[in-house]
Ligand binder design. Structure first.
Ligand code: GLN
Length: 527
């Protein structure tokens, strides 16, 4: 096994995931197969039941695991599907160990963090590596060095380096170089302390990525290198860039891929960056601005819609336009829709759970339908589109969803049959990749340019087919279904420039240099 551990310091959100993904991308572009894993220290079993406003979006893998949003960075930067071994939490590992203990698997022996938990982490790293057929695994340790909850992960990493040897296990440490406004200077002391902290766990980092909001002068980089005992050539400067997609290119200029591959005793051919450079050219040449309103319920944390934001932006770059997203609290639309919606070129309603804000979404939908404003609906959005149509076009005043109003008579959206019998709320939605069959001559066919597609899903409720005939008579079209024709997968409106909705999550499979057709179609409709 060849493993690169990535650790971080001082605070989260400095771009450890982007750094890990960028290293992975460069290695992948130089012809190696790369797998990525993230271990998080919290006790939730997975992010599936965590509030998006606290933790950001839940990223669903092709094999149906609900994972951390960093897994999305890995997929997008590496252009490779990750899997259920990509994301682990302390809660999930404890759950497995405690179940074994209750089953008597330890034969009455004392069960401990070391060796039982550390061995389990090693097993997960090995399974991830082997399941993906990787040449190199990148293992990101969530949180920051010194967090109590992550200590066992550092201990596992230390043991692995000891067992496998340093040419097989390398460490990259990402640390923040703060800038003090008052004295107008960059301060290197926290980084020095962080390297010392890491050393106190028995880990000497091989590479240090210095993150700062500004450019970092050479004398500061040399000072950090010498004070941390890391060669200057292994100290990589990483100032904040105008786009996260520039990070692999910046690392490439420092020959980071070459340095790290040689340290792992692997050949280091030059990475093929053709697609990525084309993306950069598109970004540089995107001048005209398009304004999209994202009407959602988790808008106070943009990370809650991370993939969607990125793919709308990338679809814009693809057509050489800059997308400006305004996050609109759905509840506020209920109060003052006109001032919030009037200036927009297009509206998007993303996924979500629960009743709050849905009346505002319905109002936004009505506004876009009547005024023929391009509109893209994702998952919950597609359900809202159906409800709005049933209420305002068919006149079914109590049209709603069983999720919001379980006792109402006209629930246009109802719970899926196989979800009815479930009594817990974790890991059992309709997750996974599913094939959808597209109706000929529909907008969906035009946009996808195909009659069969595969999309990732995450939902419990669906369009109630009882209403299909009645709705279709009035211009609502079910334009893609599950192969057996029962589940509505894509719906659209007749006589509207772009009113299309999907029950799936296209943002989960979109890739930077080839954005999802639904997003490209949406941007095209706004130009
Ligand atoms: N709450 C809806 C459902 O469970 C939509 C889910 C979503 O938007 N991901 O079906």
């Amino acid at each position: 096994m060849k493993i690169i551990f990535v650790t971080g310091w001082v605070l989260s959100g400095i771009g450890k995931g982007i750094a890990a993904a960028s290293i992975g991308a460069l290695i992948a572009w130089s012809g190696k197969k790369v797998f990525c894993q993230k271990f998080d220290g919290y006790l939730n079993v997975d992010p599936g039941t965590m509030n998006p406003t606290q933790h950001g979006e839940v990223f669903v893998t092709a094999d149906g695991a609900e994972t951390d949003l960093d897994i999305g960075h890995y997929e997008r930067f590496l252009d490779t599907d990750m899997n259920k071994y990509s994301s682990f939490t302390t809660g999930r590992l404890y759950e497995e160990i405690i179940l074994k203990e209750r089953r008597g698997d330890f034969l009455g022996g004392t069960v401990q963090i070391v060796p039982h938990l550390t061995d389990l982490v090693k097993e997960k790293i090995r399974v991830g590596f082997e399941s993906s057929g990787a040449d190199v695994s990148i293992v990101e340790i969530g949180g920051t060095v010194g967090d109590m909850e992550n200590e066992y992960l550092l201990e596992t990493a230390r043991q692995l380096r000891h067992e496998l040897g340093e040419t097989n296990v390398r460490f990259v440490h990402v640390a923040l170089l703060p800038y003090l406004m008052a004295s107008k200077e960059l301060k290197s002391k926290p980084i020095q302390h962080s390297v010392r902290t890491l050393m106190s766990y028995g880990i000497n980092p091989d590479f240090l990525i210095v993150r700062a909001d500004t450019d970092i002068p050479e004398d500061m980089m040399s000072k950090i290198a010498s004070a941390s005992g890391i060669p200057r050539s292994a100290t990589i400067s990483a100032p904040t860039l105008d786009s996260i997609y520039r990070v692999p290119l910046a690392f490439n200029e420092e020959h980071f891929w070459e340095k790290i591959l040689l340290k792992l005793d692997l050949e280091a051919p030059k990475p093929d960056m053709k697609n990525w450079i084309e993306l950069m050219n598109n970004i540089d040449n995107s001048l005209d601005v398009i304004r999209i309103g994202m009407v959602g319920k988790y808008v106070n944390l943009e990370d809650a819609y991370y993939s969607l934001n990125e793919w709308l932006k990338c679809a814009g770059f693809h057509l050489r336009h800059r997308i400006k997203i305004r996050f609109i609290e759905a509840e506020e639309v209920e109060l003052r829709w006109a001032s919030l919606l009037e200036w927009l070129d297009g509206i998007c309603i993303p996924g979500g759970f629960g009743t709050r804000g849905t009346e505002g979404m319905i109002q936004a939908a009505e506004y876009a339908r009547i005024n023929k404003i391009p509109f893209l609906w994702i998952c919950l959005g597609s359900q809202i589109m159906a409800i709005e149509f049933a209420r305002n076009v068919l006149g079914i005043a109590d049209a709603s969803s069983e999720e919001f109003t379980p006792k109402w008579k006209n629930n246009i959206i109802h719970i899926m049959e196989d979800q009815k019998k479930l009594d817990s709320k974790w890991g059992n939605m309709r997750l996974w990749n599913y094939t959808c069959v597209i109706r000929k001559w529909s907008l969906a066919e035009k946009v996808y340019d195909s009659l069969s597609i595969v999309e990732r899903h995450r939902h419990r409720f669906e369009f109630n087919p009882k209403y299909r005939e009645q709705m279709e008579k009035s211009g609502f079209i079910v334009s893609a279904t599950s192969p057996d024709g029962t589940l509505a997968e894509v719906v659209e409106l007749k006589d509207h420039p772009y009113m299309i909705a999907t029950q799936a999550h296209p943002e989960l499979i979109s890739r930077p240099h080839c954005p999802h057709p639904l997003f490209v179609g949406f941007v095209r409709a706004m130009i």
